[in-house]
Design a protein around this ligand. Structure first.
Ligand code: IPE
Ligand code: IPE
Ligand code: MG
Ligand code: MG
Length: 296
């Protein structure tokens, strides 16, 4: 399976829907919409939307049916990036190949455009016509799962651990918890949500949750390694900043080689969870492999 082609086709699908969401953001101050659109449409690999689509497809659903959820996950992810780059957090100037949101719009608008994107995600997930089509019960379960993965039990909690972990002698177990929360939780919920909305059974959701947790941790280890081994031109964001801020990353705690070995092992573990889905899980297998082999 050609993962580049899969990502490109599904990126087009989600980009069109995100552009429509920005165009129809009536009632918001134009400068807020401009700031939200700036970061949302700046590019980005759209991995989380692709995982929503692949999650749906692996239980026999279609990408077209889960577009509002794919948009929601990308809005939440973009909100996390805008806040992650703020001076109070990682204090970065470059994101997705462009100046960071606060560099363009100022810190107050950056905080608020992140907040706006978070709320907009839940607006997208509660579109009445879509809820009626999918079924309110499935959407409600998905909302709760996404809220858990986004907030203090997931990404937001992990971000706090990441900031508090600067210059601290964390153990491998600490850094695993931190990574699972700050990055793994949103990756895992993307897969689970796509599958749940397409009618997955409890057993299937459990397997896909395990897939997502392993792939999500591998994703952050890959991000940490790229920050050491790639260039700002290639990544569209600064490199070497983890070292400068004395971040407790996986390579910092266990070394590069052990980090790479862990990432490979996690990818194998993730793919192992997909056996019972047979051919329908091909996109998920390809995405798991891409996550560790990626160069951007
Ligand atoms: C970067 O995520 C931040 C992490 C959670 C590691 P991505 O690598 O998915 O960033 P974009 O969306 O492609 O910009
Ligand atoms: C990204 O963390 C995680 C979130 C934004 C939640 P990092 O700070 O490690 O990611 P980059 O390197 O800035 O993209
Ligand atoms: Mg950070
Ligand atoms: Mg950062």
């Amino acid at each position: 399976m050609d993962v580049t082609q899969y990502l490109q086709a599904h990126k087009t699908l989600v980009d069109q829907a995100l552009a429509t969401a920005c165009d129809s953001a009536h009632g918001m101050p134009p400068r807020l919409v401009e700031a939200m659109r700036y970061s949302l449409m700046a590019g980005g690999k759209r991995i989380r939307p692709a995982l929503v689509f692949a999650g749906a497809e692996c239980v026999g659903g279609t990408a077209a049916d889960v577009v509002p959820c794919a948009c929601a996950l990308e809005m939440i992810h973009t909100f996390s990036l805008i806040h992650d780059d703020l001076p109070a957090m990682d204090d970065d100037d470059l994101r997705r190949g462009q100046p960071t949101n606060h560099k363009m719009f100022g810190e107050a608008a950056a905080v608020l455009s992140g907040d706006g994107l978070l709320a907009e995600a839940f607006w997208s997930l509660t579109d009445p016509a879509w809820v009626a089509k999918i079924g309110a019960a499935r959407v409600l379960e998905t909302l709760r799962d996404i809220a858990e993965a986004t907030g203090g039990r997931g990404m937001v909690g992990g971000q706090l651990l990441d900031i508090d972990g600067e210059s601290q002698p964390l153990t491998e177990s600490d850094v695993t918890t931190l990574h699972r929360q700050k990055t793994g939780a949103l990756i895992a919920v993307a897969v689970r949500s796509g599958a749940r909305l397409a009618g997955a059974s409890t057993e299937q959701l459990d397997l896909l949750g395990r897939f997502g947790a392993a792939a999500g941790l591998a994703f952050q280890i890959a991000d940490d390694l790229l920050s050491l081994e790639s260039t700002a031109e290639q990544l569209g964001k600064p490199v070497g900043n983890d070292v400068a801020r004395e971040k407790s990353t996986y390579p910092a705690v266990v070394g590069r080689e052990a980090a790479r070995a862990k990432m490979t092992q996690l990818t194998a573990e993730a793919i192992e969870c997909l056996q019972s889905f047979h051919d329908r899980a091909e996109p998920l297998r390809a995405l798991a492999t891409f996550i560790t082999a990626r160069s951007l």
